[in-house]
Design a binder for this molecule. Sequence first.
Ligand SMILES: *Cc1c(COP(=O)(O)O)cnc(C)c1O
Length: 390
Amino acid sequence: MSRVQLRKIPITRPNLGEAEVAAARQAILSGWITQGPEVAAFEEEFAAYVGASHACAVSSCTTALHLALHALGVGPGDEVITVSHSFIATTNAIRYCGARPIFVDIEPRTLNLDPALIEAAITPRTRALVLVHQIGLPCDMRVILEITGRHGLPVIEDAACAIGSELLVDNQWERIGRPHGTVACFSFHPRKVLTTGDGGMITTLDSQLDDKFRRLRQHGMSIPDTARHSSETVLFEEYPIVGFNYRMTDIQAAIGRVQLERLPGMLARRLALANEYTRGLGEIPGLEPPERPAGTRPNYQSYAVRVTANFPIGRDQLMQSLLEQGISTRRGIMNAHQEPAYAGQWHGALPHSEAARDGVILLPLYDTMTMDDQDYILETLRDLAAAIRI
Ligand SMILES: *Cc1c(COP(=O)(O)O)cnc(C)c1O
């Protein structure tokens, strides 16, 4: 079969259209463009969607993680258990607090934190656990919470990638973000399922924590500008604590509200594409589709495939061959401990994390991807598996 025209298939593509443009336009023309009524409405709708009692919008998931750790009292000298196998922001947020990340390895099939390793990582200095629902696949919360509960440790869920993912809890499907731990942190970066350009959300069931997040994201201010703006008497704000500027803008929130409305459709399309990948890969020896453990409904923020020794070429060569056919891919999730920023700071063995970074390939997956493009990707993979020169 001849391919006359080289395609260009990106790794991802945000799905933003005229409805988002109209919402942003309206926010811009309203006269209130930073954190205001659109942010408040987005928070309410987001909380209702994930089933949380509180949702606090912030500027990114990185700042969400920092606020969560800070509000829980994590500081210099403390240890926080987490995975190295994650986007570097997970570890950086721990460092912002002056605390030390204690890395545990992942389960090779799910790419999520291995709960069997938590207990041995706990010391008298341990203050919290940050888990990551990697690529939107929920962690085994029942087992993890049983362990952290026994040690009285708060749990922060890095749910950057997990909007819309579900977990079976007592025979009921629940969305990630209720949260199941103490707080959950989401990202709205364009690489994720729902985007506002940049942005984040912190959900919790604890109203005191939510209160702290709201003050800390706005310079520690005692009376927010929205309250002063609508007051009939003169009000002076105070700054009882040192806060940050981690606000989301109303322009972003207006876009987020439209994205949230469209989310069920976007998730259904992702699931259909993921199922088609899984079916197609079943015919290709040497490529293992991502795990989907019982009791989980991942959102397929990305589609991670393990390249095994049965595949005729290695992972890096496969990425290059696909790129030459117009197909963008990415390597597996990075490991913080292998980056220069953390060089020499971690000496424990993390064999599964390292193998996943070097043996996993992320295939293109976005809800506007055509079936024709997906057929082309699967056909190219089949050709490479059969070592047919293209
Ligand atoms: C993307 C990502 C982040 C960072 O999110 P931002 O909104 O870009 O700050 C943090 N953790 C994980 C696991 C991510 O994938």
